[in-house]
Ligand binder design. Structure first.
Ligand SMILES: Nc1ncnc2c1ncn2[C@@H]1O[C@H](COP(=O)(O)OP(=O)(O)OP(=O)(O)O)[C@@H](O)[C@H]1O
Ligand SMILES: [Mg+2]
Length: 526
């Protein structure tokens, strides 16, 4: 006979509502029921909790055990509730009595999946839970393997435990003695994340030639513009895309927390490893819409959210399922994604920078100096039609990446010149242009709402005329007109010019030239 309550948190998008785990022990036939969890999760949790309790030397109460996870309508994933359920049973049956912790009566939350022997196994999403608990001044007790996920949270109070027995000892106030032996004790966690492991730097200077693509990369980094590169196999498209990350400024602490939180919700592989680094995600073209946008019964984040504040690289763009590409349109515009499932609706941020690469035709050699291409105009058109106009209209920079002659690649490196800009130099230019945009407009040009673009982008009269001419000649859509204007604004910002001149417009148009070839019936090599 008895009743007890413990606390934990669920997960819904990037919110973590508090869940009360109520346990009631009643007289009657032995029945163990859990309400408030999906059926399969309940079944598994019951078996684990029962085995963990008896194998840890506790008595599994006879009679009727009712566990209620409230609120009932919040979708909950099974594993993490094992520990609070087991503790609730122990407290209700008075086998464990909680002694207030060192922090006085600081409310506690418990997380962890139990193994049959009573060990605590890691669960997902604890960066998120830790951040919410810290806001409310709660202490959390988590599996030792999850401790690194919570280090990122400032002012968080986390204890890492190896097993149910460790947690019980701590609650009984016996941990003071136990902590002397670190192996079995609860390790108190420091707030600061450890230093980052060093990755081999990919430098822009490694790319020979390719002046226009490199310039496009700098502009993309400076203004948060999406970029599509078209070129024959081996021209260095992948190589260029991988170097974008090195041009972007480091994450602010709040952004780093966002990135780590999404990573921790997504998988057991915690984001703590890459803490503070912008993500680079390159999903394969066979990936499903669920994998890219997010989904599944738990409405987990997809690649576009895992790439939040970083780069989403779609190599071989036309090979992606067309429906998958279409689902990118909305997040590209709103920088956020809502995933609706039967029981769950979750929202995740998705402010990713899109970089895509493709060959100009199915064989890959259209327009190449080798003249190898044998594709018919109809084949070329079919290939390009896999990327819809509306998606192209959402890409700011569309450029060609021609093959660099082997002799140039093999040639010894010339003395440093303007032609061989390093990533460090480019990053400084990018950082300055970004600061300017934030100071003048409060956001980067790629994120500037269309309504503000027109009033914020001041065109010199001759630039305005040039833009009109180009608009008519190339038959640009209204949306791509705004893309050109946006890019021209970033080019002006790179030069710290308050007015967009015709040179800026001309370069912006040049960096979108390929778009025209997607619409006009493409012929053989130009
Ligand atoms: N401009 C360049 N400077 C130095 N190396 C280059 C350059 N272009 C290509 N390479 C070399 O060629 C290799 C292939 O380049 P990469 O994989 O980036 O080509 P790609 O354009 O992505 O080709 P694909 O269309 O087949 O995916 C690189 O690993 C690099 O060694
Ligand atoms: Mg490639």
């Amino acid at each position: 006979m008895g009743i007890a309550a413990t606390y934990c948190r669920g997960q819904l998008g990037l919110t973590a509502p508090l869940v009360q785990v109520e346990v009631n022990l009643g007289a009657g036939l032995p029945v163990f029921s859990i309400v408030g969890l999906p059926a399969t999760a309940v079944k598994e949790s019951k078996e684990r909790v029962r085995a963990a309790l008896t194998n840890s030397g506790f008595e599994f109460p006879a009679g009727r055990i009712t566990v209620n996870l409230a609120p009932a309508d919040l979708p909950k994933e099974g594993g993490r509730f094992d520990l609070p359920i087991a503790l609730g049973i122990l407290m209700a049956s008075r086998q464990v009595l909680e002694v207030p912790g060192a922090g006085g009566s600081l409310p506690r939350e418990f997380y962890g999946e139990l193994s049959l022997s009573g060990e605590l196994l890691p669960v997902r999403g604890l960066t998120l839970a830790a951040a919410h608990a810290a806001q409310e001044g709660h202490e959390i007790i988590v599996p030792l393997a999850n401790v690194r996920d919570t280090r990122i949270v400032r002012h968080g109070r986390t204890l890492g435990a190896r097993s149910l027995l460790d947690v019980c000892a701590h609650l009984r106030g016996e941990d003071r003695r136990r902590r002397l032996t670190r192996a079995s004790g609860l390790a108190r966690v420091s707030a600061a994340p450890r230093g980052l492991p060093v990755l081999p730097a990919l430098d822009l200077a490694d790319v020979r030639g390719q002046q226009l693509p490199k310039r496009a990369l700098v502009i993309a980094a400076a203004g948060f513009h999406s970029l599509l590169m078209s070129g024959p196999p081996g021209s260095g498209k992948t190589m260029l895309a991988q170097r974008l990350l090195g041009l972007l400024p480091p994450l602010a602490p709040a952004e780093a927390l966002e990135v780590a939180t999404i990573a921790s919700v997504s998988s057991l592989e915690s984001g703590a490893n890459g803490y503070g680094r912008r993500p680079f995600r390159a999903p394969h073209h066979t990936a499903s819409a669920n994998a890219i946008v997010g989904g599944g019964p738990q409405a987990r984040p997809g690649e576009i959210s895992l790439a939040h504040r970083g780069v989403l690289f779609l190599d071989e763009l036309p090979e992606f399922d067309r429906r998958v590409l279409e689902t990118l349109r909305e997040p590209l515009e709103n920088r956020t994604v809502v995933i609706s499932r039967a029981r769950v609706q979750a929202q995740y941020p998705a402010a990713f920078q899109l970089v895509a690469a493709m060959n100009p035709c199915a064989c890959g050699y259209l327009g190449d100096s080798s003249g190898k291409c044998r594709c018919t105009p109809a084949q070329i058109e079919t290939y390009r039609a896999r990327i819809s106009g509306p998606l192209l209209d959402r890409i700011d920079l569309l450029i060609e990446v021609p093959r660099v002659p082997v002799t140039d690649i093999a040639a010894p490196v010339a003395a440093p010149s303007a032609a061989s800009i390093t990533s460090a130099e480019a990053a400084r230019v990018v950082a300055r242009a970004r600061q300017r945009q934030l100071a003048l407009r409060g956001c980067l040009n790629g994120e500037l709402p269309q309504s503000q673009l027109q009033s914020r982008a001041r065109l010199a009269p001759e630039a305005s005329r040039l833009l009109e001419q180009v608009f008519e000649r190339l038959g640009l859509t209204a949306r791509s007109y705004h893309r050109v204007l946006r890019v021209a604004l970033t080019i002006a910002d790179l030069e710290e010019s308050d007015v967009i001149g015709s040179a800026h417009v001309a370069e912006a148009v040049q960096l979108r030239r390929v778009a025209a070839s997607f619409r006009s019936a493409p012929g053989p090599a130009p």
